[in-house]
Design a protein around this ligand. Structure first.
Ligand code: MG
Length: 385
């Protein structure tokens, strides 16, 4: 009898978040092929302890207590094979790079890392001969559609699908009154608050275009976005002969996570797949860049390159946090992003330290710009009451 292959040993950074929880579901169903050896969360110690107990995890770290070094120690654990990074924002950048240097594969859910420093991160992965496995559902779909395509010259374009978020059919007038509670209801996906708001402004799709550019090493002009309200087709690849390949599954992150973690192996999924005994309708529409300016701003930042995508991301993070705190109007999110992009010079340098420095400056500027918009919002709401 052939001996069973050793399980892949996994470190999960962001264990208590939405992606973390879906990852645990995948591990529960694949105990013989996946073993959890390290976990980290932002600050929920009780939940982290519960996960450690359930999965017999020996190493854990709380970001709020141990800082970045705690994450780096986990990412470079001797016994780890794969490090899954699902922390909010760019906090996972240094841990991801440390994992690569230590020869681990990196499964990436935190798209902001590639938005900020995609060229650098992918070059590091190549240098250390590590795989970067996409966890984002669109990118995992493209990854699957590219399997069996050894020749990049055969790819014409990547087509990212977007649900269009909660306000796909809203008029600009309706959108002016959007409150955080409205933006936190996503029609198809259950996700964390930041990404749910990003989905409703379509900034998320903008970030994903930039993520795709680096993950798959394509030119900005080779990435398109199409609205697909059902979130069943997770993305597509068009080949030069005009054939388009798509990946379909219900909107659950378990499909992408399991594919990435078991790759190149496959196993029965933990979520029911599509049921074609029922009628199933799939719609595709062009995006409305007029009502969703974040998409245009992201594309411009992607084309401009350098630190521009990192500036886009930093300004968006600041603006979304202010919107969630009810200090900024929904429609002012793109205004903050656009003004920050106009005032911070993205071409100062291209080393990682330069990128991080410009990103910090962008946050600083975005906060000042947000404060100005917040002041205007307070004045207008006072006039209304
Ligand atoms: Mg996505």
């Amino acid at each position: 009898m052939e001996p069973l292959p050793e399980p892949k040993r996994l470190v999960l950074i962001g264990a208590t978040g939405s992606i973390g929880q879906s990852t645990l579901e995948v591990i529960r169903a694949n105990r013989s092929s996946l073993e959890l050896v390290g976990i980290a969360a932002h600050s929920n110690a009780d939940q982290l302890d519960a996960i450690a107990t359930e999965f017999g995890v020996r190493h854990q770290s709380l970001y709020a207590r141990d800082g970045l070094q705690g994450l780096i120690d986990l990412a470079t654990l001797d016994e780890a094979d794969v490090v899954l990074i699902a922390a909010v924002g760019t906090v996972g950048l240094r841990p991801a790079l440390a994992a690569m240097e230590a020869g681990k594969d990196v499964a990436l859910a935190s798209k902001e890392i590639l938005v900020l420093a995609g060229e650098y991160v992918m070059a590091e992965a190549k240098r250390h001969n590590c795989r970067v496995l996409p966890i984002d559902s669109e990118h995992n779909a493209i990854f699957q559609c590219l399997e069996g395509c050894p020749q990049p010259k055969h790819v014409r374009r990547l087509i990212l699908t977007a649900s269009g978020g909660s306000f796909r059919n809203w008029t600009t007038e309706q959108m002016a009154a959007i409150q955080p509670a409205d933006a936190l209801k996503h029609p198809n996906w259950s996700m964390g608050p930041k990404i749910t708001v990003d989905s409703s402004t379509m900034a998320n799709k903008g970030l994903e275009m930039i993520e795709a550019r680096w993950l798959f090493d394509v030119a900005p002009g080779q990435i398109d976005v199409v609205i697909h309200p059902q979130s069943i087709v997770h993305s597509m690849v068009e080949y030069v002969d005009g054939s388009i390949l798509a990946q379909l599954s219900p909107p659950s992150m378990t499909f992408a996570i399991q594919h990435a973690l078991l790759h190149p192996d496959r196993a029965p999924g933990v979520t029911q797949s599509l049921d074609f005994t029922q009628a199933l309708q799939l719609d595709f529409l062009p995006p409305d860049a007029g009502r969703f300016p974040c998409l245009r701003l992201a594309r411009e930042a992607m084309v401009r390159g350098g630190a521009a995508p990192g500036i886009f991301n930093a300004a968006n993070e600041v603006a979304v946090a202010a919107f969630l705190a009810e200090r900024l109007a929904f429609l002012d999110i793109p205004h903050v992003v656009e003004e920050t992009l106009q005032t911070v010079d993205p071409e100062v340098g291209e080393s990682l330290d330069d990128l991080l420095e410009i990103e910090a400056e962008a946050r600083h500027r975005a906060r000042a710009i947000t404060a100005r918009f917040a002041q205007a919002k307070r004045c207008s709401s006072r006039n209304l009451s």
